[in-house]
Structure formats: structure tokens, C-alpha cells
Design a protein around this ligand. Structure first.
Ligand SMILES: Cc1ncc(C[n+]2csc(CCOP(=O)(O)OP(=O)(O)O)c2C)c(N)n1
Length: 656
């Protein structure tokens, strides 16, 4: 068993190859149970082995873009025993985490950060005069992201020692898009296939048995050429097809950025990878090695369905079938959103859908399929997506940007400067607003109410169920201002969706249950979005314990329904706000601000997420239990408040 990276260095080549097979088996078996990033990790088994063969972490640094593909690295760096619980409560995180291991030098989860971070490390190394190697591993889709180019622009004049590995498998989560994807395709279909460069050949010659190594490398190269044309790692095509104008790609982009380009090479050829990395280690200028890999390699289902197996829930490891949803299970929010958008687009010609590389995750694939001419995938480029939407909105369109709450953080300045300041009617469907339990802190969407409610012109809503989500989308299409709808990951509530959505009054809450005025102590529960269910359950429990409860669905976090909040705030003995969001700056904070303005002095219990990054876990419910987003905790806190409130009232009476 390989326990740490030092063992990888002791294995013979056949043993390494056997280890690659075992790792693949491990990945397929564990992820069938836990879910996770199957395809990306199966694609980098040989690369990761070669990296650990040639370099020495933690001294040398591996910086993974997104880092969803670092499971193999985890397996090789002393975490094999904990691997069976990856993405589970108390188990390994599914991304690189600095607190998890000294071998994880940089944490990530959002795309496009690796080149900048690695360049920063290289600059720091140069400054302190040490000589560790910094290796940045980034996918072809990282090159759809603006930050990557900002780093490349600085690279050549910042350091002379930098190793970039472009892991090109043609896929983002869905098929990679845009000019850069075509460019990479041209590079590798160039018939003047980048022969091993002269200095690399000389390097190989100098190795023990160097001539043999050189021959093998040439052979591998030839074999690989056959592989890409024969097996179809790449679709080939005629030379004219290469760029549509009769030209071929050349690595000029990288060269002009000051990076020596090497490749493309077969990313599954261990000996070639090892020699290439050994060579890169000797280079006294920045280098990028372009490797071609196959997403899902070694698992038929993952090769056949790369998008599904990019990141998946549990599956049957024999067939690759996802475990069936329980009969009668409610639909997922993202599907409700995607299907509703298709219907809205059919009636309103100004509507278009925009995704930043997440057609399946956001449900926009429904629009892509039904109305491809109304659908834009702009790559992993949230800032561009938002400003692109702003541009369309100035021309009379009503763009719908479907972006996860956590990824929209990337585009905050664009929301401020391009959307809100210009008061443009762009609709934001913010998926994964709330927890993304197995993914953890990089993916939880717990901050959007806070980051939006301070911006003027914003209309921000949160539906309590899928029917209200459709009402909110419909309502948003009638607004001339930026609108934001936040809803959680996964299964909705299972309520029927009306045929004709309802136009909601902006800034108006829904009173679900009023006080009965039965003389009992009054509790007003304001349950936002999915936590309205929790509010209703807590109200039932409190009623059973002798309280008179009102339940309100706030619907809007901005504009807040001042009248309804003030009315219930003044009528109640205790107010409770419940939100699937950070308490700091969230909906409950907004209520407190309003109460302060309106002189409402009723005590407020706020239920939500504390001021810390929330870890990953097997289920959302486990985290909710741990952090007190439960009926029991709500009831207990209300009762505790009543103790205080009663005491206060008693004191007042005494004074009187
Ligand atoms: C800012 C941001 N937007 C979207 C995502 C969702 N996402 C995770 S991985 C991925 C595609 C990565 O593709 P690539 O870098 O080529 O790696 P591969 O999985 O193909 O190996 C996307 C879009 C993200 N992690 N971060």
C-alpha cells in the first residue's frame, strides 16, 4: 500500500502502472457510494503519479485549479485511510484544503485561481531565494476564465521558474466552449505535430539509457498521434477544418505570454509524463506542458457520459446508473427553474438565458435543448456573464443569468457597477443559495442576501416552494430593475405548480397563519424561503406548548415588507426570523434594522448560520442539527426569550 509520496518514488514502472489501476478501482468504488468528481479524477491518475514521482511535496507545491481533481493526490499523500469517507461528515473534503494536509498548499473550489496563486508562490519563492518547484495544474476550461489570462499576462516578467500543466480533456462540466476551446483543438490537430523539442531530446539523451528513453518517447508520441486520430480522444478533421480558414494552431498564445510550450503529449503515458516533468524541472524559464487526457478513463460509463460523471451522486458501479430517485420524490429546484424559463421564453421574446458553464447544474440545459437560439453558455466567466447580460439589457432584452449563489460572488463589482448602478432589468436565478452539503465551504451559498441588500435598486426574493419560484420568475420578468431570486440546491417541497403563474406584489410578504388572539403568549415566526417549512413546524410545536403563533413568508428580503414586519413585530411578544443564510448581514439583520427604525422593541430570535465557514457533511440535515437550524432549537430559543421577556415585563409592573 502506498502511504505517502515517498513510496511512489520507490516503485518500478510496472508497479506504478499497477498502482494506477488500483487507484482507478478505488475511485470508482468509493465514489459509487459517496458521489463526487469521478471523471476528472479518473483522467489525472497517471499525471498525479508522475507529479509525485518527480517532485517532492510539501516542499514542492502543486496548485490545482478548482481542485476537484485532487482525489488521487489525496490518496498518495497519506490520506488513503480516510478516503472512503470523502465528502462525508468528518471525512476528507472533496477539494484541496490547507487545514487537511501539508500537501495541500492552496485551497480552492472556485475555478480560475490556480495560475494567479501559483505565480504568487513563485514570486515569493524568488524573493526569499529558495528553489522549490511550483507546479500549476489547470484544465482547458480554466482558460475560459478571465483571471487565468490576468496571471498569464504577468507570468513571463515575474518569474523564470514556473511549471504549468494544461490538462486538456475538451470538457468543462459540459463540453468546453468558445474560441479557446477551438484554438486548443487546432493546436493538437496540427499535422506538423509538435515534435519533441531539441533541448528535450538532448535532455533525454543525457539520462541513463538515454537513447532508449528517446526512442520510447518518440514511439509514445507516434502511438499517441495514432491514438488521437484513431480512438478519438479528439475529433480530427481535415486540415481546412482545423481553423476553418486552412490554417493550424500554433502555441503562440503561450509563447507570447513568456511561457515555453511543450506538447501536446499523451497524459496517460506514464514514462513520457515522468521524463517531461523531469525535463521541466531543469528549465530556467517558465514552461507550460499541454497534456491530453480522457475524462473518466478506465470507467466506461464515465467515458460515455462525461457531463454526468463530472460530478455525480452515488451510482451503481457495474452499470454506471445513478441510484433512482424515490418514487414520488419532488422535482429539483434547478429543473423547475429551467422548465419554467422555457415556458416564459416561449411567451416573451425579450427573455434569454445565460449560464457560466453550468447548463446542467442550473437547469439551463432545458432552454438549451428547447430554444438553443435563446441560450448562451459563456464559459467559466461569471463576471463576463453579468456584464454581457447588462449589455443585452441596454438593448431591450431581459436576460436571465442562472448562476450559483457562491459563484456570483465573483461578479460582485459587475453587479454593483454594471447592473445596479445602471438599474438594468437583469434577472438572477441564484441556485445553491443555502448549503451544498457534500461540497463544503467553497460551495455553500450563504452570503448573497448580505452582499445584495446593501445595493440600491435591488429586488431580492426567496420562494418558500417551487410554485412560488415560478411566480417569482414570472414577477421578475415584469420588472424594470435588477431582480434576484435565491433558492436552494436539490429537491423542492413537492407542491403542485399552477398552470398560470401569479404576479406577486413587490415587497409584500405573505401571511400564512395569523394570531388567534386567544390570550396566549404571541410568537411571530418569519420563515424565509425553504426555512418557512421550519417556521411552520416550530409554530406547530409552540402551539402545542401553549403559544399563539403567526407564520409569515417574507418573500422579499429587499424591499422588505415594512408594514407587515412592523405590524407583527409590535403585536408579538417574541419575533423569530429563520433563514438559510449567514446571520451576519442577512434577513434577520434587515429585520432588526427595520425594528430599530420603527421603534419595535420586541425581542428577536434569529435562526441562521453563524459567523464562520461551515464545513462539508454527508447531509444538509446533519449540519442544520449541528448549528441549530432545527425545530427543537427554535422552540428552545423562543422559550428562553420568553423567560427574559416575562422577567422584563414583571420588573416594569413592579416599577409601576
Ligand atoms: C467560479 C466557478 N464557476 C463554476 C464552477 C463550476 N465548475 C467546477 S469544475 C468546472 C469545469 C472545470 O473544467 P476543467 O478545468 O477543464 O477541468 P476538468 O474537470 O475538465 O478536468 C466548473 C465549471 C466553479 N468551480 N467555479
Amino acid at each position: 500500500m502506498v502511504d505517502g509520496p515517498e513510496h511512489v518514488k520507490k516503485l518500478t514502472l510496472p508497479q506504478l502502472q499497477q498502482l494506477a489501476d488500483e487507484i482507478r478501482q478505488d475511485l470508482i468504488t468509493v465514489l459509487a457510494r459517496n458521489g463526487g468528481h469521478v471523471g476528472p479524477n479518473l483522467g489525472v491518475v497517471e499525471l498525479t503519479l508522475a507529479l509525485h514521482r518527480v517532485f517532492n511535496t510539501p516542499r514542492d507545491k502543486f496548485v490545482w485549479d478548482v481542485s476537484h481533481q485532487c482525489y488521487v493526490h489525496k490518496l498518495l499523500t497519506g490520506r488513503k485511510n480516510r478516503f472512503p469517507a470523502i465528502r462525508q461528515t468528518g471525512g476528507l473534503n472533496g477539494f484541496a484544503l490547507r487545514t487537511e494536509s501539508e500537501h495541500d498548499c492552496y485551497g480552492a473550489g472556485h475555478a480560475g485561481t490556480a495560475l494567479s496563486a501559483a505565480l504568487g508562490m513563485a514570486a515569493a519563492r524568488d524573493k526569499r531565494g529558495t528553489d522549490e518547484n511550483i507546479i500549476c495544474i489547470f484544465g482547458d476550461a480554466a482558460l475560459t476564465n478571465g483571471i487565468s489570462y490576468e496571471a498569464l499576462n504577468n507570468l513571463g516578467h515575474t518569474t523564470k521558474k514556473f511549471i504549468g500543466i494544461l490538462n486538456d480533456n475538451e470538457w468543462s462540466i459540459a463540453k468546453n466552449v468558445g474560441a479557446i476551446s477551438n484554438y486548443l483543438n487546432k493546436l493538437i490537430t496540427n499535422p506538423h505535430y509538435n515534435k519533441l523539442s531539441r533541448d528535450f531530446q538532448n535532455f533525454l539523451r543525457r539520462l541513463p539509457k538515454g537513447e532508449l528513453a528517446l526512442k520510447l518517447a518518440h514511439k509514445a508520441e507516434e502511438g499517441f498521434k495514432g491514438a488521437i486520430t484513431g480512438v478519438g480522444l479528439r475529433q480530427t478533421g481535415s486540415l481546412v477544418d482545423a481553423d476553418g480558414r486552412g490554417g493550424y494552431g500554433s502555441p503562440i498564445i503561450f509563447e507570447e505570454m513568456g511561457l515555453r510550450y511543450l506538447g501536446p503529449i499523451n497524459g496517460h503515458d506514464l514514462p513520457l509524463l515522468i521524463s517531461t516533468l523531469e525535463f521541466a524541472k531543469t528549465c530556467d524559464h517558465p514552461i507550460v506542458i499541454h497534456i491530453l487526457t480522457q475524462k473518466g478513463k478506465g470507467f466506461e460509463a464515465a467515458i460515455k457520459f462525461p457531463e454526468k460523471f463530472h460530478g455525480t451522486g452515488p451510482y451503481d458501479m457495474r452499470t454506471g446508473d445513478l441510484l433512482p430517485a424515490k418514487a414520488g420524490a419532488p422535482p429539483n429546484y434547478q429543473d423547475v427553474m429551467g422548465q419554467a424559463l422555457v415556458k416564459l421564453c416561449q411567451k416573451d421574446k425579450t427573455l434569454v438565458g445565460i449560464t457560466a458553464a453550468m447548463p446542467s447544474g442550473t437547469g439551463l440545459k432545458h432552454l438549451e435543448k428547447a430554444m438553443p437560439d435563446r441560450y448562451y453558455d459563456v464559459g467559466i466567466a461569471e463576471e463576463h456573464a453579468v456584464i454581457f447580460a447588462a449589455g443585452m439589457a441596454t438593448m431591450g432584452f431581459h436576460p436571465v443569468c442562472a448562476i450559483y449563489s457562491t459563484f456570483l460572488q465573483r461578479a460582485y463589482d459587475c453587479l454593483h457597477h454594471d447592473i445596479c448602478l445602471q438599474d438594468l432589468p437583469v434577472i438572477f436565478c441564484m441556485d445553491r443559495a443555502g448549503l451544498s452539503a457534500n461540497d463544503g465551504p467553497t460551495h455553500h451559498g450563504l452570503f448573497d442576501i448580505a452582499y445584495l441588500r446593501c445595493l440600491p435598486n435591488v429586488i431580492a426574493m426567496a420562494p418558500k416552494d417551487e410554485d412560488e419560484l415560478v411566480d417569482m420568475m414570472f414577477t421578475a420578468t415584469h420588472q424594470n430593475h435588477p431582480t434576484f431570486i435565491r433558492y436552494p440546491r436539490g429537491a423542492a417541497e413537492g407542491v403542485p405548480i399552477k398552470d398560470q403563474p401569479q404576479l406577486l406584489e413587490i415587497g409584500k410578504a405573505e401571511v400564512i397563519q395569523n394570531f388567534s388572539n386567544n390570550g396566549r403568549r404571541k410568537v411571530a415566526l418569519f420563515g424565509l424561503g425553504p426555512l418557512n417549512t421550519l417556521a411552520r413546524k416550530a409554530a406547530e410545536q409552540l402551539a402545542a406548548e401553549g403559544f399563539d403563533c403567526a407564520v409569515i413568508n417574507p418573500r422579499f428580503t429587499k424591499p422588505l415588507d415594512a408594514g407587515t414586519h412592523e405590524f407583527f413585530g409590535k403585536a408579538a411578544d417574541v419575533v423569530v426570523t429563520l433563514e438559510d443564510h449567514a446571520l451576519m448581514g442577512g434577513y434577520g439583520s434587515a429585520v432588526l434594522e427595520l425594528f430599530s427604525e420603527k421603534n419595535v422593541t420586541t425581542p428577536v430570535v434569529r435562526i441562521g448560520w453563524p459567523d464562520q465557514f461551515i464545513e462539508h457533511a454527508t447531509t444538509q440535515d446533519e449540519l442544520r442539527r449541528k448549528y441549530g437550524l432545527t425545530v427543537e432549537n427554535t422552540v428552545a430559543k423562543v422559550k428562553a426569550q420568553f423567560g427574559e421577556a416575562t422577567a422584563k415585563v414583571t420588573r416594569l409592573i413592579e416599577v409601576a
